[in-house]
Structure formats: C-alpha cells, structure tokens
Design a protein around this ligand. Structure first.
Ligand SMILES: NC(=O)c1ccc[n+]([C@@H]2O[C@H](COP(=O)([O-])OP(=O)(O)OC[C@H]3O[C@@H](n4cnc5c(N)ncnc54)[C@H](OP(=O)(O)O)[C@@H]3O)[C@@H](O)[C@H]2O)c1
Length: 298
C-alpha cells in the first residue's frame, strides 16, 4: 500500500518550519502538517503572501497554530536574522523543511555575490540548517528535509566556478543547486550518524508538479509542467513522507513512484552517482562553509 498522509501520526505538540510556504509545494506541505496538528512556521520572503497563506490554512484548519516569519534565503543576513528571531522564541524544532526554490531565472548575483539559484536553493538552506541544528538536536525525533529534483542529474558541481562567472547556463545552474541540496542531505546524514545524533537528514523531490516554478520557462516548455505535472497536493507527498513516514531512515530520498519518478505515490527512490560521491560531498561542504563564512558544527 502506498504511503498517504493518513498513515502519519498526529503531530500535536510538534513544530515545523517550512521555507517558501506561501504557495506551491511548500503551501501544501504546511497545509498538510497543520491538518495533522503540527504547529507550522511559514518562512517566506513576502510577509503579505505569508499572511494570505496563513489565512487559507486557518480556513481549512481553524484550530491550527500557524505563524509567519520573514525569510529571504538569497540573503545570508536575512537567514541569520530569521534564525536569531526563531531561537529567541523557541528552544526546540521538530521539522525543518528546506523547500523554497527558484528555477532557471536570468543570470543574477545575490547580495552576497552568489549565483541566484545556488544562493536561494542551496546556500541559504545550508546556513539556515547550520543555525538551527542545535535546536533540532535538542528535539527527539527531529528531521531535516531537503528538496531536490530530477534535475539533480542536469549538472555537476562547478567547484572552480560555482557562481557561473563564466558561461551562465540556467539549466546547469539549476541542476547544480539541486544536486548540491541532495549531496548536502546525504552528507548531513553521514555527519549526524557519526556524531551519534538522533536527528535525521532526508531528501525528497516532487517529480513534476504544476507550480510557479516554471515561470522562467520558454513558452513551449511552459506547457510541459501543467501537462505532465501532478497536483501540488500530490507533489508535496514525497516531502511529507520524508518528514513523517515511520519507516524513513536518515539518508533516504523520497519521490513519486511512476512515470520515471515524475508522478504518483511517494516511495523511496534512488539518485545518480554524482549525488552519492562522498569525497565531492565533503568538498562541497567545505566550499559552502567557505563561501558563506559559516562553521557548520554537527
Ligand atoms: N514543481 C516541480 O515540479 C518541482 C520539481 C522538482 C523540484 N521542485 C522543488 O520544489 C520546491 C518548491 O517549488 P515549487 O514548485 O513549489 O515552486 P513555487 O510554487 O514557485 O514556490 C517556490 C516558493 O519558494 C519561495 N522562494 C523563492 N525564492 C525565495 C527566497 N529567496 N527566499 C524565500 N523564499 C523563496 C517562493 O516565494 P515567492 O512566492 O515569494 O516567490 C515560493 O514560496 C523547490 O525547491 C523546487 O526546486 C519542484
């Protein structure tokens, strides 16, 4: 039998952060978590959009605890300010869902000088996780879920030029950022295990889901998402399975079971050889620490 949200235990008393929760897969993830009784923080770059999403969640689940906090993952200053504000209020954290993302925008650099997809999809979440790990480690049964993609196969990590200062290719840059998210999830899992932590690091991908993510696609390709894509509710299922499934272990990767992982019920899936390269993962970790000026203590 495929895993469904009905298989998840009641989450009352637990607390989750979902990044990019105002729309798309993040919204459906937050909605489902709230429906299970989990208190949810909508970590979004637009306060107004977060507020509107909160209203929608409360309309569906009037007794839910839903809070909005501002977080722009493409700004390390914003990430650190978010983490500081969160830590002032909370001493524990059960679920960190690293969901927010952008896909194939025109070339730009973040305020910290990083290629925009690397910044928002990966480096912002790297620093966010580093900042919040002590709280996750202080919480029994905590999990970090990192959103990857089938696109992790689209490109390697450009260790010599991660910010594409030469020859920007938006597809390769998206692929790099999503490969980085997956390598990070696996490497964090190895480090957590080595440290004897009970926190699980897992990854998920939604297959193809019709969302705003395709906004920078050429028109001809733009039809692909709605045509092949599944609903956002189904697209959120692998994330929810990774976050709540009873049989999930650290280092698992969840995605849809059908049509070459593009759609269907959530199951554990495999990933490519590059994502499993342990020495590259260590190199990426060191590079991420160096680029962001973060010492990530596990
Ligand atoms: N949809 C798919 O088929 C698909 C496939 C593979 C992987 N994914 C992954 O799934 C995740 C969610 O994507 P989606 O499809 O739900 O896309 P979406 O509908 O475009 O939602 C993306 C979310 O991320 C937020 N976001 C973007 N940049 C941000 C930043 N700098 N700081 C904070 N939040 C930011 C967006 O906020 P705004 O609303 O303010 O822009 C929005 O809330 C992404 O990581 C994506 O790579 C999606």
């Amino acid at each position: 039998m495929p895993w469904t949200i009905n298989d998840a235990k009641n989450q009352s008393g637990r607390l989750a952060i979902v990044t990019g929760a105002n729309i798309g897969l993040g919204f459906d993830t937050a909605l489902a978590l709230a429906g299970k009784g989990c208190a949810v923080i909508l970590a979004c770059r637009s306060a107004d959009k977060a507020k509107a999403a909160r209203q929608q969640i409360l309309a569906a689940h009037p007794k839910a605890t839903v809070e909005c906090m501002t977080l722009d993952l493409s700004s390390l200053k914003s990430v650190r300010a978010f983490a500081m504000a969160f830590k002032k209020k909370h001493k524990t954290l059960d679920l960190l869902i690293n969901n927010a993302g952008i896909m194939m925008p025109p070339y730009s650099l973040s305020e910290d000088g990083f290629e925009s997809q690397l910044a928002a999809n990966y480096l912002g979440h790297f620093v966010l996780t580093a900042e919040l790990l002590p709280l996750l480690n202080a919480t029994s049964g905590a999990r970090v879920v990192s959103l990857s993609s089938l696109a992790h196969r689209w490109g390697g990590i450009r260790f010599d030029d991660p910010n594409f200062t030469q020859g920007y290719n938006k597809r390769s840059a998206y692929g790099q950022s999503k490969l980085a998210c997956l390598m990070f999830a696996y490497e964090l899992d190895r480090r957590l295990r080595a440290a004897g932590s009970t926190t699980l690091s897992v990854a998920a991908h939604p297959g193809v889901a019709a969302t705003n993510l395709a906004q920078h696609f050429p028109k001809a390709l733009g039809v692909f998402f709605p045509l092949v894509g599944q609903s956002t509710a189904m697209g959120a299922m692998p994330t929810l399975y990774a976050a709540l499934g009873d049989d999930i272990e650290g280092g698992d990767y969840c995605g849809p079971r059908s049509l070459q992982q593009m759609r269907g019920d959530p199951v554990k899936v495999g990933s490519n050889r590059a994502s499993r390269n342990v020495s590259d993962a260590k190199k990426l970790w060191a590079l991420s620490e160096q680029l962001t000026g973060t010492t990530f203590v596990v």
